[in-house]
Design a protein around this ligand. Sequence first.
Ligand SMILES: [Zn+2]
Ligand SMILES: [Zn+2]
Length: 377
Amino acid sequence: MKAPRARRKAIAAPSSLDDLFASRSKDKTFLAEAKAHVIEKNANDNSRRQDIIHPSEVAKASWCPRATYQRIETGIHHKEKFGFQSLNIFDSGHEAHRKWQNRAWSTGWLEGNFKCLNCEQLWWDKSPATCDRCSSSALEYAEVPLRAVPTHRIAGHADGLLTPIRKILEIKTVGEGTYRYENPKLLARHTHKDAEGRPYVDVKGLWTDTRVPFPSHVRQVQIYIWLANTFMQLEVDGAEFIYESKMNQDVKSFTIKANFDVIADRIALCQEINERLGKNDPPACPKGGCKDCNAYEESDDGPARRRGTNPGADDRETPAGEGAETPAAARRGRSRTHPGSDRTRRRRTDVDLCGDDQLGRVRRNSARPGGSRREAG
Ligand SMILES: [Zn+2]
Ligand SMILES: [Zn+2]
């Protein structure tokens, strides 16, 4: 059926380009709707567990063990508020994770937990094509659960385990903001002024000069390697980082070996937090007070104290999920002797967590031939 002609005539041609692109403020746009949705969804998202210590928080240069203790003890998370641009960046980061995990999966390199979307089975496998229970091909990668809850309260997930090289896979998207936080000196070195004196970042030079992974990324992955070997019976001898630039999608990778010296102090602090929990005995802030732990001090007579312990609203997946996540089928025999818990135990608190990072040897990968050391089976 033809549209009535009269209606078409009613739309006047714009008299200028300005008229064509101008949108009146009362006009509804999809972008405005999507932004509001993304911000609201993030504000209501309570899926991240708050009753355990996350390796990513421990790895941060500015980590405050006191704030972590208070968060677990009170069950209150002083959630950082993010604007749309930050949330958009996070979503792109998640997409990049899926992209690289899918590539590892299709090359047969991806090991870990897989979830069947048809029968909901969660099982440990190496790059399966179908569910081994119902044969469905609707699968989802559920990463590599790593934890030491009874002893250290730590729990997290590595992005992947690379079967042929027995390394943790860690994917990082890196943008200007990452440098500003992780290596401001390097960013400054590649920030210049144009003819009119306006600053700009030499993106190419900055990327070329990124020759080692950032210290907090290295610490995070060392915690994963330590957890994998010491608590999960997964024999892992290092990690491969995939760094993807948010500025031009250029990609490079770094391989690091296990080196627990860079995390020993922090692991000892996790153990200390675990021992103090339930005794109303928070550890000291390394800075003698910071914005993270002050948030808890200030709420002493506010709702923070009244709410008491974690109401458990965030624990949809536990404890049932805990057991299911264990890579029980992945027993690879006792791991080699690693300088694990014994060594980390001896070092105690009052350390300079923000100190200079001795990260040991880091090797930049160059055109490495894939799959040359692939294991049988
Ligand atoms: Zn299935
Ligand atoms: Zn603090």
